[in-house]
Design a binder for this molecule. Structure first.
Ligand code: AMP
Length: 188
């Protein structure tokens, strides 16, 4: 199975990604996790990414596209789930290219929908638990703006390809997992 999970920050992508990974045995590829690891290890990519991440801005397309190209090329035909990538139309087009080159197709794109106020509330709670630098209220508001401006156009991009599935991301976590599961079962 090859899928994308996307949605605004705080939509619960990480939580649902864990569930999908366990159930469907797919490789979980999170550009946010890769970048946080790079920041921690102070690699060249990490040093460059940090200033963008701290402000809630997107890291330049070329940097994340390179990360994804390397990951996908190393997987062979193992299933994967992209979480936090693509975040721009340019990234989506680059993904199409790398998949084409390897004769791979996406099965589906799951959009987890949650409104802005709920997102801010959830992230404020998460910051108390995880202490992420980019979870402060003003940075979250900027991440939401960036999502609206740069990432939400992916909705029509994947809808036009007939791949988009919209899932209501509010409610009980297990109920949300069930909604996702109902969609994914057909591709297992
Ligand atoms: P996330 O954990 O997915 O919320 O990502 C945290 C931060 O990492 C984002 O706010 C961006 O600064 C950066 N980031 C993660 N994925 C991408 C991407 N696909 N394109 C650009 N920046 C990204």
């Amino acid at each position: 199975m090859k899928l994308i999970i996307f949605g605004p920050p705080g939509a619960g992508k990480g939580t649902q990604a864990e569930f999908i990974k366990e159930k469907y045995n797919v490789e979980h590829i999170s550009t946010g996790n890769v970048l946080r690891e790079a920041v921690k290890n102070e690699t060249e990519v990490g040093l460059l990414a940090k200033s963008y991440m701290d402000k809630g801005e997107l890291v330049p397309d070329e940097v994340v596209i390179e990360i994804i190209n390397q990951k996908i090329s190393s997987l062979g035909d193992k299933g994967f789930m992209l979480d936090g990538f693509p975040r721009t139309i340019k990234q989506a087009e680059a993904l199409d290219k790398v998949l084409d080159k390897q004769d791979l197709n996406l099965d589906t794109v799951v959009l987890l929908e949650v409104d802005d106020e709920e997102v801010v509330k959830r992230i404020m709670k998460r910051q108390k638990i995880e202490g992420r630098d980019d979870d402060s209220e003003d940075v979250v508001r900027n991440r939401l703006k960036v999502y609206r401006d740069q990432t939400s156009p992916l909705r029509s991009y994947y809808s036009e390809k007939g791949l988009l599935e919209v899932v209501e991301g509010v409610g009980d976590i297990t109920d949300i997992s069930k909604r996702i599961d109902n969609i994914l079962e057909q591709y297992a």
